[in-house]
Design a protein around this ligand. Sequence first.
Ligand code: ZN
Length: 405
Amino acid sequence: MTVLLKNAVLLDSVRNNESADVLVDGSTIKAIGRDLGPADREFDLSGCTLLPAFIDAHVHVAVDDSAFREDAIRAWAYNGVSTVRELGMLSQLSQDDYARWIGTVNSQPENATVVAVGNYIDVAGGYGAGPNPNHPVGTLITTAEEAADEVSVHHELGYPGIKIGIHDGRMDSTPHLSPEMAKAICDRAREHGMWVAAHIGICRGAQFMLDAGVRELAHTPSDPMPDEMIRFMAEHGVVMDTTVGDPDKAMEPPPGMLMPGGPGGPGGDAPMGPPPGMVMPSPEEKRKQWKTMVENLGRYHRAGGRVVIGTDLIHSRDFMKDAVIPVPELRALTGAGFTLQEAIAAGTITAAEVVGTGKEEGLIEEGRLANLVAVSGPVDESFAALDRENIRLVLHRGAVIRSEL
Ligand SMILES: [Zn+2]
């Protein structure tokens, strides 16, 4: 099966609004140029911009026993997000069942590809294993040796990375991995060729994790990063996930704070609220933190640091509305001083490289997967053109899964 996309304006981190036709053969891009037809199916993309589908490097798709977010995975693909990385399983499923489930969802053509890490490794009561209802089920360890062995278990199950975390706002009063445990996890992961991403909220936690050998921060710190930290991170190729969210929605608790039983959470209509012991920032504080995060992203980028787009999406009442190209994250990057194409790189090729699909997708290039999204009109620094209502065509592994031309 061949598909010809005619008269498109191509935009990715390399091609800057270049006019061309694209020929897709099977799941991959076969040729880019002119006079490439005929094909089994043809689409006229006059007036549209064609981009690589996006990659969200930080989401959660397994949040309780019964509700894997298959609706979310379908919505992401439909809305132009070809791959999501599940950065920490928040389900009580066994690791084996989960690994099997990932294999099944990834074999279905209409689903976004899921790259997953399995559950957290933590001490009892820690961020990834504690009583917090959002993070109920990490693998509990008590020594550095156990921590390292658990990394090997993840490796055998086929997970490409490890997620750990720390409640860094109240590090002194909550159990957490010791520096030796965190280091043992990083050392063993390196032996297996796996990456380690760490949940942090502020620079204190970031420093703890960087000292242990962590080379990805799953969030941007919400307090100003010291120059020294930025320099160290850039030198060591540390990846930082955006997860700044939408400043206009700053009054809502972030998705990770939704309680099971609360609006958008699995089951029930109990009031939404922060986990026990956590104090939610006021709207003003929240907005201030957002500004600081954006400043950190800009400073890290100017120092040569690697930034990838991540939303931390967990719960939603309507994934078709929320599992979308992360426009607020992209917009935050251009606001932080990224060029349009640098911001696109953070959500496409750089994110693909970080999650492990960098040889297959992330660019409009011959030989790569035809994971493509066409939107109506030009794309500017606001990224408003990437809103889901504006999408006209989506190809996922070469299959036309959405057409509104
Ligand atoms: Zn998360």
